[in-house]
Design a protein around this ligand. Structure first.
Ligand code: NDP
Length: 253
């Protein structure tokens, strides 16, 4: 029996990358997983199909964050999907993973890009947590994916890192708010992780990025997904309000 049998989970941005690996791992542990996506329907359906092929349970939910009605759209699909499969809308595990990066020098960050980064990476997770409060079971889990860039300078990503600094605050304050219900709230910070984007096909770039980790490698999505699965399990019941460094030692300097 898996560690998450009879649990339900929502993983935002699980059509690909770290979110996909997290969804696969949570499902492998027995959770019914809502695989959220924005534009990558085919990829999300593949995540669902791969979970089912491995004997797990999942369904896809679509919502683009950062546009009006985004949270309503997400929860309508989530609640319908849960009700259809479990008879209730109870949610045990919420993983706020979906995000976009900036990728421009500080001088080129426009107010529009800044607002979009905050809308998707910080505002959406806050209102997803707020909306999930009514669905979350006592003893539930909230895990927000941050980034090593809240503690490691990269001027190209200053605005993105600011959004991740904001998202880390959710763990501090909601951990206190929800402790009486046994709900834990934590941040997981990945380092450079091969999410399948084209830069990971360039050997020289991978070599350079690998040097940042104490292990001399770039991370694999499952390296982070497995940490999230631990936090989602009962074994992590005594960890809340924490920043978990899942950068492969990048922050050691
Ligand atoms: P990817 O870029 O591979 O995937 C991003 C996911 O977020 C996709 O599922 C995408 O959905 C979804 N998404 C993007 N924009 C929106 C939007 N507007 N509304 C809703 N969903 C959206 O992500 P990674 O796996 O690289 O990163 C996952 C998390 O880890 C992020 O929070 C990221 O900041 C963090 N992180 C990643 C690092 C890395 O090196 N990869 C390093 C440090 C932190 P769709 O494709 O369907 O549009």
């Amino acid at each position: 029996m898996g560690k998450l049998t009879n649990k339900t989970a929502l993983v935002t941005g699980s059509s690909r990358g770290i979110g996909r690996a997290t969804a696969l791992r949570l499902a492998r542990e027995g959770a019914l997983v809502a695989v959220h996506y924005a534009t990558g329907e085919e990829a999300a359906l593949k995540t669902v199909a791969d979970i089912e092929a491995a004997g797990g349970k999942a369904f896809a939910v679509r919502s683009e964050f950062g546009v009006p009605g985004d949270i309503d759209t997400l929860f309508e699909a989530l609640e319908n999907g849960l009700k259809e499969r479990t008879g209730t809308t109870t949610l045990d595990i919420l993983v706020n993973n979906a995000a976009i990066m900036g990728g421009v020098p500080p001088e080129e960050v426009t107010p529009e890009l800044f607002d979009r980064l905050f809308a998707i990476n910080a505002k959406a997770p806050f209102f997803i947590v707020q909306r999930a409060l009514g669905l979350l079971a006592d003893g539930g889990r909230i895990i927000n994916i941050s980034s090593g860039l809240t503690k490691f300078a990269n001027p190209q990503e200053v605005a993105y890192a600011m959004t991740k600094g904001a998202v880390e605050q959710i763990a501090l304050h909601f951990a206190r708010h929800l402790g009486a219900r046994g709900i834990t709230v934590n941040s997981v910070a990945p380092g450079i992780t091969d999410n399948g984007s084209p830069v990971f096909d360039i050997p020289e770039a991978v070599e350079q990025m690998s040097q940042m980790s104490a292990f001399g490698q770039v991370g694999k999505p499952a390296d982070v997904g497995d940490v999230v699965a631990f936090l989602a399990s009962d074994d992590a019941r005594w960890i809340t309000g924490s920043f978990i460094d899942a950068t492969g030692g990048t922050l050691l300097g």
